[in-house]
Design a protein around this ligand. Sequence first.
Ligand code: HEM
Length: 503
Amino acid sequence: MDWTAATLAVAAVILFFRVLSSKRSDNTKRLPPGPRGLPILGNLLMVRTKPHYDLRRLARKYGPIMHLRFGLMPVIVVSSPEAAELFLKTHDLVFASRPPHEASKYISYDQQNLVFSPYGSYWRNMRKMCTLELLSNHKISTFRSMRKQELDLLVRRVRDGAAAGAAVDLTSEVTSFSTDVSCRMIIGKKYNRDDFSEKGFEATIREGMKIAAGFNLADYIPQIRGLDLQGLIKRMKVIAKDFDDFFEKIIEEHVQSRDENRVKDFVDVMLGFMGSEETHEYRVERDTIKAIILDMLVASMDTTAATIDWTLAELMRHPRVTKKLQKELEDVVGTKRMVEESDLEKLEYLDMVMKESLRLHPVGPLLIPHAAREDCTVNGFHIPKNARIFINIWAIGRDERVWTDAEKFYPERFIGIDIDVRGQNFQLIPFGSGRRGCPGMQLALTVVRIVVAQLVHCFDWELPDDMLPTELDMSDDFGLVCPRAKHLQAIPTWRLNALKMDF
Ligand code: HEM
């Protein structure tokens, strides 16, 4: 044997043992427990139209940190406050990314939005801009009088319904209110039917959200991406074109408008940063603006409306709670005027009602999927790089080990307990927590509280057709946002007789 052959033989033996030992150490990495899956599809068929229910059922068997496989992708499901804290606080930086997402590649300018953008300098820059320039306390206070105008209009519409003695479709009314407020804040005007394609603005937004939330096989088996087996790419291209035409029109109107005195909407603010990187740190291009407009519309319109809707439904089912809330409003506001945003901090029972509603009905029951940026060990379990992380906050909110009488709507459970919804108490995180937590939380809490307070202060409510409170259907509908499955209808009676409606 010459020296060259000997050296090659030794190198081959070393390589063989290296590979063997790396295989062994991979095998010793302990994944969290979970059900066995099918070849290729993995556990995809175990999750049907209501994933939050299916994943809770599985977690009851396999534990609060559970491993599944959707297609070829590892999925980790988190279902206890302690485990949520490990993922969103202890190891927040590792899990602060989002997985690749086919729908937002088409609809959101190649994931240039905030919601689905992977962790990195682009996301950090956009997140900073949104937090400091669009959603700061100062900025949202500049829209206070606009919110009041829209709320007055909502009350007026409901009062007209009260005069007719008919049931009002509260879900539709609250959704229109929320759409109008969001549009005025983000694009500076209510959306106009003529501005959009035939299908209509709201229907297109909803279709986009449905596709974005759905289980797209290509997200889990990237090798079949080009085949478009579910026909989603075709639909997404149509939606993306409709949005792009609309946003181009909006941006052009803003560029042409010279009124310096009006309150600056989000498009104005972002246009102010475009092409001025020397004076501002934000790198904003035209596609960035379009992606963020869509993000803000999607993130604010239906989340806020669905939260108000769920809360009003719980109040209809619990007349005792409604009476107690009306009493608090009479004590703090009186019966001679309507509620103002400045009253909100004094309304402690309202705060408990909102917490209880968000506990039972978080509109993002699984948060938005997070992604592992690198391999990580959590609670002794190996969490592989690129794993999708679902945090089942809906299951946590209804866990009997965490909450006494968990299924019961009982706002008094928060008396004397220091738990709020702002991301520090992991048994109640309807807005998420940590780096990816909701940047619109303050705005959302202001809007949902003022609308609920106003509608309960101004009106008494009765369910139609002699329906008993216990008969109200409370089923939900899963999507990017989880609203009530059926519209809430109720008959209002004006109760502020001392107040003339001259607004
Ligand atoms: C009641 C209303 C709302 C609820 C319950 C809610 C809840 C949430 C949740 C659960 C997340 C995901 C957190 C995570 O993945 O860890 C989120 C993200 C987000 N929310 Fe909200 N939200 C609401 C309203 C709003 C509003 C009004 C805005 C802005 C106008 C907004 C903007 C966003 C954005 C931009 C993100 C993505 C943040 C990121 O990925 O960095 N949300 N929200």
